[in-house]
Structure formats: C-alpha cells, structure tokens
Design a protein around this ligand. Structure first.
Ligand SMILES: CC(C)(COP(=O)(O)OP(=O)(O)OC[C@H]1O[C@@H](n2cnc3c(N)ncnc32)[C@H](O)[C@@H]1OP(=O)(O)O)[C@@H](O)C(=O)NCCC(=O)NCCS
Length: 143
C-alpha cells in the first residue's frame, strides 16, 4: 500500500538522496521550507520506505509545483498521480484555483504526466535551466 504524508525533518536526507538519484537538484534549505506554511511538501511511502515526493508552494491565488519525483522502481504505477491528487486537494482546501509549473522541454515523461493531469502548455522561459542549459516550458491548470 502507498501512503502519502507530509515530509518531516527526519526525511530530509532521504528526500535529497532520492532527488539526486533522479538527477534533480537537492534542497539544501529543505529544513527551512518544512517550517514555512506557504509550502506543501509530501512524501509517498511504501513499506516504510520513501519512494517519492512533491515539493510545491502556494501564495494568495496560485499554487506552483517545484518538483515531483518518484524512484525509478516505482514509476508508472500511479504514485505521482496520487501525490499530485493530494497536492491539488490541499490547494482547493485553501481556495486556490490555479496551479503552474516549469519543466525541462526534453522531459517528455513529465510532460506526458502533466498533460494527463489536465495541464496545458502556456509559455516558455529561455535558458531557465543550467547544467545542461535548457528552456523551461510553463504548464498551467485551472482547478
Ligand atoms: C514524472 C513522474 C513524476 C511521473 O510519476 P509516475 O508515478 O511515474 O506517474 P503515474 O504512474 O502517476 O502516471 C500517470 C500518467 O502520466 C503519464 N506518464 C507517466 N509516466 C510516463 C512515461 N514514462 N511515458 C509516458 N507517459 C507517462 C501517463 O499518462 C500515465 O498514465 P498511464 O500509466 O495510465 O498511461 C516520474 O516519472 C518521475 O519521477 N520522473 C523523474 C523526475 C521528474 O522528471 N520529475 C518531473 C520534473 S520535476
């Protein structure tokens, strides 16, 4: 069974290792983020092991996904969809009706995932990413 819970201080090391294993950038300031009410941080657990996570934030009227990440072994099993569903539920509870995110234009897997969730492409940020340098596509969803 997969459970979704809030990330806690004890998870910081595992979450950053998981991000690194997926070639995503870890969060040196994750401890600070966890204490900030404007952030939504979720983990997916299977048999006591962290297998995925979502880090996002919301302000007055919009939510943003910073990262959503599932360990390779557990991809394409609905875990990402489950994490996103919980994120959207929290946004709705807080009266948020818009969500957006940036994604590397070469990340076809993630783009397909976001489209399946109802996101639509709405812009591009030139050379937004470094190492390697790449444009970001911006995706939006109205809730
Ligand atoms: C993108 C990611 C979060 C998706 O999570 P996931 O748990 O594997 O996705 P799900 O199983 O919930 O998939 C839901 C839908 O997304 C789409 N999708 C997911 N993975 C896909 C893939 N590899 N190829 C094509 N479509 C895909 C499909 O439509 C899928 O529905 P289906 O399985 O019924 O066809 C995951 O692949 C991941 O962690 N990738 C590496 C990190 C990353 O790039 N994160 C995004 C940028 S921050």
């Amino acid at each position: 069974m997969i459970e979704v819970k809030k990330i806690t201080e004890e998870d910081i090391f595992s979450i950053n290792r998981l991000l690194e294993s997926l070639n995503l950038v870890p969060y040196p300031d994750l401890g600070k983020i966890l204490k900030d009410d404007g952030f939504i941080t979720l983990k997916a657990i299977s048999n006591g092991e962290i297998i995925g996570g979502l880090i996002g934030r919301f302000s007055l009227d919009e939510g943003e996904i910073y990262d959503i990440f599932i360990s390779k072994k557990f991809q394409r099993k609905g875990v990402g969809g489950k994490l996103y569903g919980e994120f959207e539920y929290i946004l709705l509870k807080n009266g948020i009706r818009k969500v957006f995110l940036e994604v590397r234009e070469s990340n076809l897997k993630a783009i397909s995932f976001y489209k399946k969730l109802g996101f639509v492409e709405g812009g591009r940020r030139k050379n937004y990413y470094k190492n390697p340098s790449e444009d970001a596509l911006i995706f939006f969803k109205s809730l």
